[in-house]
Design a protein around this ligand. Structure first.
Ligand SMILES: *[C@@H]1O[C@H](CO)[C@@H](O)[C@H](O)[C@H]1NC(C)=O
Ligand SMILES: *[C@@H]1O[C@H](CO)[C@@H](O)[C@H](O)[C@H]1NC(C)=O
Ligand SMILES: *[C@@H]1O[C@H](CO)[C@@H](O)[C@H](O)[C@H]1NC(C)=O
Ligand SMILES: *[C@@H]1O[C@H](CO)[C@@H](O)[C@H](O)[C@H]1NC(C)=O
Ligand SMILES: *[C@@H]1O[C@H](CO)[C@@H](O)[C@H](O)[C@H]1NC(C)=O
Length: 585
């Protein structure tokens, strides 16, 4: 008996001493890829002595509470409707648990980092380390990869692990397995040289509320077409001191001020002389001799729709591309995070924000997509509406094969459109009536479950749709787009010349403009901004949209989905009717 007790005590002692070191060496996989993400190729091992910044996203302790609060404050039949959180209230909900900070600190101490080496800020833990040390800490193997389309080189690993004990304290570590970079992102626009630009707006457009839309809008879209079509042309904004509309740009895309003046002279003459503000985020540039198609399209159509509402263009940059032959630390900037962390730290945030970028959901690690999606929820909880273009490849571009090793063909949802906390905007074309445009991105997330707010609308669609394409899409996933707007033949001034541009990149700024005017209407009456609109548009504002009932979005060698009565995965609930929306919000 006595000997037995000693034996037990010895066992306990050994395991305590052992566990102190062993717990940090007991690594479990956090994320790994089977194949190198498409578009990237292996170049060489990363130099072990090179230093770079690792960034850990700590678990947001009360993220569930933030999301349920968001669902209440954005639900028009809830007593908390419109009671947006203050910045401090939202930050308290997303702050990490002290235990998470402590656990990560102990792990870093074990690896000889002291508190001076580490920056704790906004739920992120950032520290500089070398490739070889990061490889030891994360059981990873960092390599240099090349992206031929953007000729960018990055350092990433095909997989990484963290101590078992940290799994419930850490959401993500970057840079690791997300290969997306600010330069490899995909915009959702394309030039349409086949559509002859109209250099002068010589249409005698009748701006009265019920005027029919000119047939020229069948091919070439100008602000006059959109304002007549979506019935904003008689509205005069008044809350221009408080209301703001933001456009987020990446990829070294700069919005050009001279081009905007020419655009105004031709298509929105009363706006001549007004402009927008550029905010440079994370060393984003503002090269006025190098106008970007995406940037000009976005800013010309947000201002064209919302004038005289102040518009802000966020030029989001990153560090210089990584050069394996120099000692410069590698680029750790990744899409969305830098901009989100920047904007969430600001005391005043535009009430409407539009972004026209999106990539196949499967190229973004789930943990990363989830973290970014939660940051969009945080923006919504503060009273901001976040629009994203739904993508330009219908139900999926390319061969649509999965990257999980099985190489199955599946429809490819696009992120961030697939995040349930953003409003995804698809495309239409033609007028009287509008129809869904063939490239309009739409489908069902494989990461995010269908949110309650769209349950009824989506169930109705699925019941009508039947079994076609079953197995190719995830019927229980978050369904998108939510809304739509014109997406072809937008007349855009680029470098002084008018060109035609298409894509859901055009649709998102258009809808953003309409909702910015709705906010103006509410703010003028002393009401709060709309904030996250999805629960509203799927319920009491349902009749504020023109249901689009024809068109389809082929992709993945299929005919895709088709538009029909009610919500559908081509045009969502339809295109906005500002006058009806004004009476519904
Ligand atoms: C890393 O090692 C290489 C080769 O051993 C050397 O040429 C280079 O200067 C070192 N770089 C740093 C930052 O120490
Ligand atoms: C820590 O990071 C935050 C956010 O990036 C930054 O604002 C702050 O200056 C950093 N602090 C130090 C001491 O580097
Ligand atoms: C426009 O049409 C609606 C419904 O058809 C009608 O109620 C409204 O009075 C009309 N407005 C004008 C300015 O004609
Ligand atoms: C601005 O863009 C032009 C045209 O691409 C380029 O020639 C010039 O070097 C750029 N200027 C700066 C400061 O980057
Ligand atoms: C379908 O979506 C759910 C979320 O609703 C997700 O958990 C599941 O993994 C998805 N299934 C497939 C096959 O993608």
């Amino acid at each position: 008996m006595f000997r037995f007790l000693i034996l037990i005590l010895t066992l306990i002692q050994t395991s305590i001493a052992g566990s102190l070191t062993k717990q940090w060496e007991d690594l479990r996989v956090k994320h790994s890829w089977i194949d190198i993400p498409r578009g990237w190729e292996y170049l060489s091992p990363a130099p072990g002595n090179m230093s770079f910044d690792l960034r850990l996203g700590l678990k947001q302790n009360k993220i569930k509470d933030l999301i349920s609060s968001l669902m209440e404050t954005s639900n028009p039949s809830h007593e908390r409707y419109g009671k947006h959180l203050t910045k401090a209230e939202a930050e308290a909900l997303v702050a990490p648990h002290p235990k998470s900070v402590k656990a990560v600190t102990l792990w870093l101490n074990f690896h000889k980092f002291s508190s001076e080496d580490v920056n704790y800020s906004g739920g992120w833990v950032t520290f500089r380390t070398t490739i070889s040390q990061a490889e030891r800490m994360l059981g990873a193997k960092y390599n240099v990869y090349h992206h031929s389309a953007s000729s960018q080189k990055v350092i990433r690993t095909m997989g990484y692990s963290i101590p078992r004990e940290l799994h419930h304290h850490v959401d993500i570590i970057t840079p690791t397995t997300y290969f997306g970079t600010l330069r490899s992102m995909r915009t959702t626009n394309f030039l349409q040289p086949e559509i002859k630009p109209i250099e002068e707006e010589n249409l005698a457009i009748d701006f009265s509320a019920n005027a029919s839309v000119p047939t020229s809008c069948n091919t070439a879209i100008t602000p006059a077409c959109l304002r007549a079509l979506y019935k904003t042309s008689t509205y005069v904004p008044a809350a221009t001191k408080s209301n703001k509309l933001g456009v987020v740009g990446y990829l070294d895309e700069f919005a050009n001020r001279a081009d905007l003046q020419k655009f105004f002279r031709q298509y929105r003459s009363e706006a001549v002389g007004s402009s927008f503000t550029t905010v440079q985020v994370n060393h984003g540039g503002d090269n006025q001799t190098n106008p970007g198609v995406e940037a000009n399209l976005d800013i010309q159509y947000t201002t064209g729709m919302s004038f005289p509402t102040p518009n802000i263009y966020y030029s989001t940059g990153g560090s210089p591309p990584f050069d394996p032959d120099s000692d410069t630390p590698t680029n750790t900037n990744e899409p969305y995070l830098d901009w989100l962390n920047f904007i969430l730290a600001k005391p005043i945030i535009p009430q409407v924000i539009t972004t026209s970028y999106g990539d196949d959901e499967q190229t973004v690690p789930y943990e990363y997509a989830n973290r970014v999606c939660n940051l969009f929820a945080q923006l919504g909880s503060l009273g901001t509406t976040v629009f994203f273009s739904s993508g330009d490849s219908g139900v999926g571009g390319g061969d649509c094969r999965t990257n999980d090793g099985t190489n199955k063909v599946l429809f490819q949802p696009v992120f961030p459109a697939s995040c349930p906390f953003v409003t995804a905007v698809g495309g239409t074309t033609r007028v009287n009536p509008e129809i869904g445009v063939g490239f309009s991105g739409g489908g069902f997330s494989r990461y995010f479950a269908r949110p309650l707010y769209q349950n009824q609308a989506v169930s109705k669609f699925l019941a009508r749709w039947g079994t076609q394409h079953s197995g190719l899409y995830n019927a229980t996933g978050r369904a998108y787009p939510d809304l739509a707007a014109q997406g072809q033949g937008f007349q855009v001034v680029i470098g002084g010349r008018v060109g035609s541009v298409g894509g859901t990149s055009a649709s998102s700024p258009t809808v953003a403009g309409v909702f910015s005017l709705l906010n103006d209407f509410l703010l003028t009456k002393g009401k709060p901004s709309l904030g996250f609109i999805n629960p509203l548009i799927y319920s009491s504002a349902l009749n504020g949209f023109n249901d689009i009932v024809s068109g389809s979005n082929p992709g993945c060698n299929t005919n895709g989905f088709t538009s029909g009565k009610g919500w559908d995965p081509v045009t969502g609930l339809g295109t906005p009717d500002f006058l009806r929306l004004m009476s519904l919000v």
